[in-house]
Design a protein around this ligand. Structure first.
Ligand SMILES: [Zn+2]
Length: 121
């Protein structure tokens, strides 16, 4: 779903399996902990929750680029185009995680973690 990004990995969990804990491939810090820490991993650009349809985390540079974009709400289907439009593609590694749970009936969600190893300081 997120394929236009050049560097891309997809993980699909079996139904009822918890989503894996994604770690930064460069420094090894856990992405979820990093997103909630006061000083997150410098490589983490964004965490997008497909379940909520929002960015759960955006780095300062990513946030600046988002501020210039007209589109404020982004669906999972729009995410790749959005990231390309704001100029975050050539050095980005996107890891897409799809997982499902049964709450009455199966529900599938996809989260996307964006890492940038050429982050500008
Ligand atoms: Zn890192």
């Amino acid at each position: 779903m997120f394929q236009p990004i050049r560097f891309y990995a997809a993980i699909e969990q079996p139904l009822s399996f918890r989503p894996p804990r994604i770690h930064c491939p460069a420094c090894g810090k856990p992405a979820f902990a990093a997103a909630r820490a006061p000083r997150p991993c410098e490589h983490l650009e964004f965490v997008y929750s497909g379940k909520l349809g929002v960015f759960e985390y955006r780095s300062a540079t990513f946030l600046q680029r988002c501020a210039k974009a007209a589109l404020q709400e982004v669906t999972l289907d729009q995410l790749a185009d959005y990231v390309l439009r704001i100029g975050r593609s050539n050095s980005l590694l996107a890891i897409e995680v799809t997982y499902g749970a049964i709450n009455g009936r199966p529900a599938w969600h996809t989260d996307v973690y964006g890492f940038d190893f050429c982050a500008e300081e």
